[in-house]
Design a protein around this ligand. Structure first.
Ligand SMILES: Cc1cc2nc3c(=O)[nH]c(=O)nc-3n(C[C@H](O)[C@H](O)[C@H](O)COP(=O)(O)OP(=O)(O)OC[C@H]3O[C@@H](n4cnc5c(N)ncnc54)[C@H](O)[C@@H]3O)c2cc1C
Length: 427
């Protein structure tokens, strides 16, 4: 039995995690994906991201798990230090990262590179361009690009992150869909001044948290500096003006001790400076007509959740699978994609909203209390119970989305869509 596909060509906006993962799977399922990325080349910078639970299984099915493991950050642990740099307490390995066996951690840029290298021979990538306008006439989508080019696709997918351009064009102003969680995050690379190897050092100040870490291998000579500060109201600044954001960060940490003045000076030099709100993206629906969103564009869970990358991988897997199962019928596929994903996404968003409040501590005495806990934790009889509670919460969030088998996702050779056999029905 053959099934003529109703949709075949798919434009994906964004080449980070969700975009290339979706392109890989769509190609395997017999579609023809094109990826457009605004950056002039693949963005390989970034921070370490956890891959846990269901996302590990997605990596296995994508055929990239061995490479993910080979690029693991291999962090040994972390410790809190006081303003003089003295260790207050070491986080036990079983609590640091809340990981269980099989979970892994990789730099976002390494994962993006692995996915890109797996797809670049089969998938058309267009760098340095962006969608300027979309017109969905019910039979296809006419796309005008900033470069002036115009093309028509059967479907368009926004995999372009929290500040999704596709979402803005198809659904409207970003402010309708974002929920600010009361804090800002900044991250940038700098010289490894603290001489860290596979180690993360935290320093807490009222309403602020600073973390400096360095992973292994080629990345050992640099450190990542991560700054979080709470702010009751959103700040007003131009998101394209990096110099203004560097000034806002410097103002937020002005007068603070420990290594902060040196680290802030490093921020001024950093070329990969990142600064953003900690926010959720909450939408009633992730598709309209022939346009659909995936990953952070659809449902950013914020860095507070530590599951955004996992959800981007899972979302790509489910969306590609449902499109294949529905033989390209986007209405059926988009509805099924949302049914599978939404409960797990919402669980992760609740988790993020709770955790965002706990990232910083409001006063000196509360910090002292937290540090006393960190200091005594390794010696308390409840250490294992606390570790288990942290792990159980994280694992519940990381395993919240059930994975079906759609066929082809394990790397079988794609058949041409017109002659494609019936895709295996979802379990
Ligand atoms: C500091 C920090 C720490 C984090 N830690 C973790 C963690 O521990 N675990 C975890 O799972 N997740 C973590 N995350 C979240 C994770 O990075 C995201 O959830 C994940 O990268 C989402 O992937 P994505 O592909 O949906 O979007 P993104 O990674 O945001 O990628 C969007 C892509 O779209 C491109 N783009 C943007 N605009 C356009 C346009 N107009 N046209 C074309 N392309 C465009 C961008 O350049 C980018 O390449 C963290 C995030 C941050 C910021």
């Amino acid at each position: 039995m053959t099934h003529a596909p109703s949709s075949k060509t798919v434009l994906i906006s964004g080449a980070s995690i969700a975009g290339p993962a979706l392109a890989l799977l769509l190609h395997r399922h017999g579609f023809t994906p094109t990826v457009v990325e605004r950056a002039p080349e693949l963005r390989t910078g970034g921070y370490k991201v956890d891959i846990r639970g269901t996302a590990i299984e997605v990596c296995r099915r994508l055929g990239i798990l061995d490479e993910v493991r080979a690029n693991s950050t291999d962090m040994d642990g972390g410790s809190y230090v006081d303003a003089q740099g003295r260790t207050i307490g070491v986080l036990p390995a079983e609590i640091f990262g809340g990981r269980t066996e099989g979970d892994d951690e990789i730099m976002r840029g390494d994962l993006a590179r692995i996915l890109y290298e797996r797809t670049r021979d089969d998938v058309e990538y267009v760098f340095g361009d962006s969608i300027e306008a979309l017109h969905d006439d019910g039979h296809g989508v006419d796309v005008a690009f900033e470069s002036g080019r115009r093309r028509r696709f059967d479907l368009v997918v926004g995999a372009d992150g929290m500040h999704s351009n596709t979402r803005r064009l198809a659904f409207g102003d970003e402010r309708r869909f974002t929920r600010y969680l009361g804090a800002y995050i900044s991250i940038f690379s700098a010289p490894n001044r603290l001489g860290l190897t596979r180690w993360e050092t935290y320093h807490a100040r009222p309403k602020k948290l600073i973390s400096v870490y360095s992973t292994a291998g080629e990345q050992a000579h640099t450190a990542k500096n991560l700054f979080v500060f709470s702010a009751p109201e959103e700040l007003s600044y131009d998101r394209r003006d990096t110099a203004a954001q560097k000034r806002l960060l410097a103002e937020a940490f002005a007068g603070d001790d420990w290594e902060i003045p040196r680290l802030i000076a490093d921020a001024a030099e950093a070329e990969d400076f990142y600064f953003d709100t900690i926010s959720l993206v909450e939408m009633d629906r992730w598709s309209t007509g022939r346009v659909v969103l995936v990953g952070d564009a659809a449902h950013c869970v914020s860095p507070a959740a530590g599951q955004g990358t996992g959800l981007a991988l899972i979302g790509a897997y489910v969306l590609a699978g449902e499109l294949a199962a529905a033989h390209g019928d986007h209405r059926t596929a988009f509805a099924a994609y949302e049914r599978v994903m939404r409960p797990g996404v919402e669980l992760n968003q609740r988790f993020a909203a709770r955790f965002a409040k706990e990232m910083t501590v409001s006063s000196r005495w509360k910090i002292a209390l937290r540090m006393a806990m960190v200091r005594t934790l390794p010696r308390t009889p409840w250490k294992n119970l606390i570790a288990k509670k942290i792990r159980d919460d994280i694992q519940r969030a990381a395993n919240a989305i059930p994975l079906k088998e759609y066929g082809h996702e394990h790397g079988a050779r794609p058949e041409r869509h017109g002659a494609r056999r019936h895709a295996s029905a979802p379990a």
